[in-house]
Write a new protein. Structure first.
Length: 319
C-alpha cells in the first residue's frame, strides 16, 4: 500500500475516463480512529490486493465536504467519513452507504471549571462547531431544542473539528462540539469535560448514535463487486480486532493516524467511540437519521439516501 499519495498516473487515468485501468483504488479517509486504518495495519487490505490484483491508496481529508467533492469527481472510489457527509453523499451522488463503522463518537464539551452543567446553561454562550454541513451541527441543534433553546440563543463559532479542544483550553469559546479523536484529546489533557454525548442526544441504533459511515461509488461497486465485498469483510475483521485486542488496535491507530496513544486509549476505555461487528446500515436506522438531517435542513425533502446492506450482511454472517 502506498499510503496517502494520490499518484499522477491514477489522476491521468481518471481524467481519461478509465478510473480503474490502473487497478488503483482510492479510499477517502480522515485522521480519526476509523476501522479502515486497522484493516490496513493488520494486513487485511494487503490480502485483498494480492488476491484481486489491485492496489489501495488512502487520500486524507480533514472533514467530509471535500471528501464528497473528491468522490463526485471520481478521485476516490470508496470513503470513510462522518455519518452526515456519508448520508449526503449517498443521497446526492452516484454512491451508496454500505456500512456504519463507528457508533457515538461525538460530544458537546465545556471547560471543567466553567460552571456549565447542562445544555440550558449554554444560553448566551459561544459554541465552537465544525460547520453546517457536519453531523455535529444538527446534533447541537437537537440538544439545544431538547433543552428549550434554539440556535438564536447561542453564538456559533465555526472552526475545524480539530481546533475545538484548543479553543476551549484558551477560553476563546465557552463550549464546543466535535468528534473523536478530538473529543478524547481534550478530555485526556484535562482541558474539557463532556456536557452531553451523541448517544444521549440521538440514540438511533440501540442505545447509540451512528458516528461514521463507509460508502462507495456505484460504478466502482458494479465493476468490482468482489473487491467491495472483501473490503467490507476487512472492516468487520477490523472491528473484531478492536473488540478482542484493543491494545493492539490502539497501537495500530497511533502509528497510522499519528494520534497520541493515550488519547486513543482514553477514547476506547471511556466509550467515546464504540465499535461493533454489526456494521449493517439497516433501513430503520438510516431512515431515522435521514429524517434528523432533513429536520436540520441539511437534506432536502426529496433527498433519498441509497443503501446497500448486502455486503455488510454477508460479512457479518460470515464473521
Amino acid at each position: 500500500m502506498k499510503g496517502l499519495t494520490f499518484t499522477l498516473a491514477s489522476t491521468i487515468a481518471l481524467v481519461a475516463g478509465s478510473a480503474y485501468a490502473q487497478e488503483v483504488i482510492n479510499i477517502g479517509v480522515q485522521p480519526a480512529t476509523q476501522p479502515i486504518y486497522i484493516a490496513e495495519a493488520a494486513g487485511f487490505l494487503d490480502e485483498i490486493e494480492k488476491a484481486h490484483n489491485v492496489e489501495f491508496e488512502f487520500k486524507s481529508f480533514s472533514y467530509g465536504a471535500p471528501e464528497n467533492q473528491a468522490m463526485a469527481a471520481g478521485e476516490i472510489q470508496m470513503a470513510s467519513a462522518g455519518m452526515g457527509p456519508a448520508i449526503v453523499a449517498s443521497a446526492r451522488l452516484e454512491a451508496k452507504l454500505i456500512a456504519i463503522t463507528i457508533l457515538d463518537q461525538t460530544a458537546i464539551m465545556v471547560q471543567p471549571d466553567s460552571g456549565i452543567e447542562s445544555v440550558a446553561d449554554l444560553k448566551g454562550k459561544t459554541v465552537a462547531y465544525p460547520g453546517k454541513g457536519s453531523q455535529q451541527y444538527p446534533l447541537l441543534l437537537k440538544a439545544l431544542s431538547d433543552a428549550g433553546l434554539s440556535e438564536d440563543d447561542i453564538k456559533l463559532f465555526k472552526t475545524k473539528g480539530s481546533d475545538v479542544g484548543s479553543l476551549l483550553a484558551s477560553g476563546s469559546v465557552d463550549a464546543g462540539v466535535t468528534w473523536d479523536p478530538h473529543v478524547s484529546g481534550a478530555l485526556a489533557n484535562g482541558s474539557a469535560k463532556v456536557l452531553l454525548t451523541s448517544g444521549k442526544i440521538l440514540p438511533i441504533k440501540g442505545d447509540h448514535y451512528i458516528g461514521n459511515g463507509f460508502y462507495a461509488r456505484n460504478d466502482f461497486m458494479e465493476e468490482y463487486p468482489e473487491v467491495t465485498q472483501a473490503v467490507v469483510e476487512a472492516l468487520v475483521r477490523a472491528e473484531r480486532l478492536i473488540l478482542d485486542d484493543p491494545e493492539a488496535a490502539i497501537n495500530m491507530w497511533a502509528a497510522e493516524v499519528g494520534v497520541p496513544r493515550e488519547v486513543i486509549e482514553f477514547s476506547i476505555n471511556e466509550g467515546i467511540s464504540v465499535y461493533t461487528t454489526d456494521i449493517t446500515p439497516d433501513q430503520e436506522t438510516v431512515d431515522a437519521y435521514t429524517q434528523f438531517l432533513k429536520d436540520a435542513q441539511i437534506l432536502e425533502a426529496d433527498d433519498a439516501p441509497k443503501i446497500d446492506t448486502s455486503f455488510s450482511e454477508k460479512a457479518y454472517n460470515a464473521e
